[in-house]
Write a new protein. Sequence first.
Length: 309
Amino acid sequence: MARNKRPIQKICCIGEVIIEIVSDDGVNAKLGVAGVTFNTAVYLSRILADTDVSVAYCTALGSDPYSQIIMKSIYAHGIDTSSIEIGDDKNPGLYAIDTDENGERSFTYWRSDSAARTLFQAPCSVPLEELAGYDLLYLSGISLAILTPEVRRNLLHFVSGFCKGGGTVAFDSNYRPRLWESTKAARELNREMWRLTDIALPSLDDEIELFGNRNQIDVLRRLGSLGVEFGALKRGALGPANLTTCQKAQGLPTVAEVVDSTAARDSFKAGFLAAHVKSKGVRECLKAGHNLAAEVIKWNGAITPIQCI
C-alpha cells in the first residue's frame, strides 16, 4: 500500500445495483433499488451531502424500464452517474427479501445474467482508467465475484496502480459462495485485495466461512500478515471492533429494535467511511458506523426514508 494518500474529495463505489422486492404482508410487495455497495453509496451520499465530497457509482445497466428505474433512483440519491455503463442486451438482477420475527433476513436472487456482470468488458463506455480520477474506491467481494476472471485480473492490476498513485481503497470481502466458481478462486482474489486495501471492513462470519479460521484472533492474524493495518471488524451483535487491536468501541448504544437487518453492514461501512473522510479517528469511525446501522435496521428494506438518515 502507498503511504502518501491524497485528500479524499471524490468517492466511487463499484458493484451491482438490483431491483429489490420487499413483502409487506406475505401477499403484497413493493419494489425498491438496492445492492451491497449501492446501499453504502446511498448512505455515504446522505451523510456527506453538506461537504465538498462527491459520491459516484460505477456499474453496468441495460436500457430496459427497470434499469431506468435504477438510474433514476441513483440520481435521486444525489449520486454521480457518469461512471455507469449502459447496454442494450442485458437487464438488472432481482432479489426478494423475507424477514422473520427477529428481523433476520433471507434472500432469493435472480441475477445470473445481470447487466452488471458485463462491467469493464470490451467494448465498454467506462474503461477502468477513468476511475483514476477518484480519490477513494470502495468495492466488495461481490463486486469481484460477478466479473469474469480476466476482468478481475484487470481490475486488480488497476487497483494496484491506483494505490501506488495515492488513491485510497476500501474493501469488504462480502463472501457469497454461490457467486464464485470455486472457494479457491475466492480465496486467491480476496488475498490479493486485502494486500491492496487501505481501509478494511470485513465481517467476522464471512472471513471464517471463506478461510476456515477458528475465531476472530485467527482472522486478525491472517489479515495482519497480508498488510491490513486499518479498519473495522464487523461482528454482528457483538459490535464492531478495531481491526488492529480487536478492541470494541466504547459507549456504543444497545440495539434494542431490529425490524430488518438487510443493510446493517452496508450502512455501517458508510458511517465508518464518512467519519474517516472527515478525518475522525478509528474510535469515532466505529461509533459512527454503529450508530448509523442501529438506525437503519429499524426500517424495512435496505434504504430508509430520506428524512431518517
